[in-house]
Write a new protein. Sequence first.
Length: 135
Amino acid sequence: MASAAFEEIADDFAFLDDWEDRYRHVIELGRAMDPLPEALKVPATKVSGCASQVWLHPVIEAGRFHFDGDSDALIVRGLIALLRALYNGEPVAAVPGIDAATELGRLGLHDHLSAQRSNGLRAMIERIRSVARAA
């Protein structure tokens, strides 16, 4: 089962019938995030494989995984917000085992993201898993 924060988002999506409403909701989630400080937008935090610019800054505290992120694209900021809801606060050892594709599939994202956005989303998930595995 996904985190409580992600379950809340999934519940919200269940009430949104129209994909355009869901798309707007994803963008709103991204807008609600604090921007990543410019000092953290460096090559080490940049994610390759994304059509837009994406930065993820992971932090592991007390055995729990957390990350902040940012993008120059509104929808991608929203995708980062979804991933934060899915992964933040989870035990670092559990992060690689979270089936992000299945969880995000519950939101119907795969049917509506372009191939480039889907590739970028996979790149972000792989970066998160890689950091957690290395910890």
